[in-house]
Write a protein that binds this ligand. Structure first.
Ligand code: ADP
Ligand code: ADP
Length: 233
């Protein structure tokens, strides 16, 4: 079963001067896969992520997440789909500074009308999984970058999304914290079968994934698989 099916996706920006940012790109990701997307600056990685999450409309082609054809969702439906079915991790963590780490992790559960006690319990379980339960009641500015990013990952997975999307998740981290964060992604993948797509410039970050998809000029031009021992950077 595919969690993501991209068929001939194309995105053209601009009216007078046209930029073909994503160009007849096709890609399938199976449930439980852990995929890295690499490519030079300007190759269309951010545009591709924004197409997958339904933030940007496609010029042509089709993108399905599970059964849902996200290219056909109205803006409001796409927003609800993102909230309920996807998880996002960004380079700069995007935590809410006025809340504690634990409250940040609980945020996605607020939409599910659960009672505060069970939300807290679920958030603690998630924080424990990511090794940050000790900073549950800390403020975001009191924790390290690696802890902040692990909190962002906890927040991204607490509602069990179909697909976790990460944009340069190690971009602001030193190499030791980056490795720890990628080990967490890998553990979530093997132990909880979370399906993830990680966009990165960093070969070491990509080396934790099961497959690396290389994008150039908005197209897939190469793929490597861990099972064939090809991920030696
Ligand atoms: P990457 O994330 O790989 O750096 P992007 O998706 O940001 O690539 O960009 C792909 C191409 O599309 C680049 O040529 C970029 O300049 C262009 N582009 C990105 N966003 C826009 C936009 N909003 N309007 C016009 N061109 C854009
Ligand atoms: P990234 O670091 O992800 O590659 P960029 O620095 O390329 O991002 O782009 C930053 C923002 O500017 C993005 O939201 C992108 O959509 C937008 N952008 C990039 N290139 C262009 C462009 N040629 N015209 C308009 N917007 C652009």
């Amino acid at each position: 079963m595919n969690v993501l099916s991209v068929d001939q996706a194309t995105k053209i920006y601009g009216n007078k001067v046209k930029v073909r940012a994503v160009d007849h790109l096709s890609l399938s990701v199976m449930e439980g896969e852990f995929v890295a997307i690499m490519g030079p600056s300007g190759s269309g990685k951010s545009t591709f992520l924004n197409l997958i999450s339904g933030i940007l409309p496609l010029t042509s082609g089709e993108i399905r997440i599970g059964e849902e054809d996200i290219s056909r969702l109205k803006e409001e439906e796409a927003a609800r789909f993102r909230r309920d079915k996807l998880g996002f991790v960004f380079q700069d963590y995007n935590l809410v500074d006025t809340l504690t780490i634990g409250e940040n992790i609980m945020l996605p559960l607020m939409f599910q009308q659960k009672d505060p006690g069970s939300m807290r319990k679920e958030a603690h379980i998630c924080a424990e999984k990511l090794g940050i339960d000790a900073v549950f009641d800390s403020r975001t500015y009191e924790v390290s970058g690696g802890q902040a990013q692990r909190a962002a990952i906890a927040r991204a997975i607490i509602h069990h999304p179909k697909l976790l999307l990460a944009d340069e998740p190690t971009g602001n981290l030193d190499s030791a914290s980056a490795e720890q964060v990628m080990r967490m992604f890998a553990a979530l993948n093997t132990e909880e079968h979370v399906s993830s797509i990680v966009v990165t410039h960093d070969p070491r970050t990509a080396s934790f994934c099961g497959r690396v998809v290389f994008i150039r000029d908005g197209k897939v031009f190469h793929e490597l698989y861990r099972e064939d021992n090809q991920l030696q950077f």
